[in-house]
Design a protein around this ligand. Sequence first.
Ligand code: HEC
Length: 199
Amino acid sequence: MSKTTPDNSDRAVKKKTSFGRKILIVIVVLFLAAQLYPVDRTNPEVVADIIAPDNVKSILKRACYDCHSNETKWLWYSYISPGSILIASDVHEGRDVLNFSTWTDDYADEEDTPEMFLDVCWDAIESKEMPLWFYLPLHPEAVLTDEDINILKAWCGVEDSEEEDEETVDQDSEESDEEEVATSDDDTEAKPAEKVVQE
Ligand code: HEC
């Protein structure tokens, strides 16, 4: 087949190109202008770092510290707008909500640190809400493996009963979680056994 290129469409293509060029120039100008937007990448002093065993600390460092500590590693792409603006806003928001660098001032002394971690952090970890999903493709080291989760779990004392210690199947542990809640609710009224008798 031979190509047919009528004059009309030739002109249209030219017009398109110059329009495309204008758009490109606008984009480049906006991109350069965005680089001028001030971004605060300071790392304040670490004043009261969370106290935890090395294995726990290293998990938190690689999965949480970029957004929840004063030891953020600002990588090259955090210097390029608009990414830098988004990253900095996540870090500032993350630090506001929870900062492991001020932890023992904010929440706990050495003794009740695991307890406070359970209170403050466990839900976000168990629900896989944290670390934020969009952070993970660029930080594969931050993905929490089952082993990591078990280490955190064991440290902050999620499993109180020996029974749960042995259970590794997710479904099972969910079930026993529910049981635990149910029992503690009943504690204030009557013991489950007595209740059954009454009914
Ligand atoms: C990419 C940055 C980032 C990483 C990494 C990250 N967080 Fe967050 N985190 C945030 C931001 C931003 C918020 C506040 C907004 C929100 O809740 O989504 C937050 C909120 C929280 C909260 C408050 C409760 C909640 O669910 O909103 C907890 C607890 C938390 N993070 C724990 C953690 C833990 C533990 C890790 C590591 C396993 C972690 N985060 C990793 C950015 C991050």
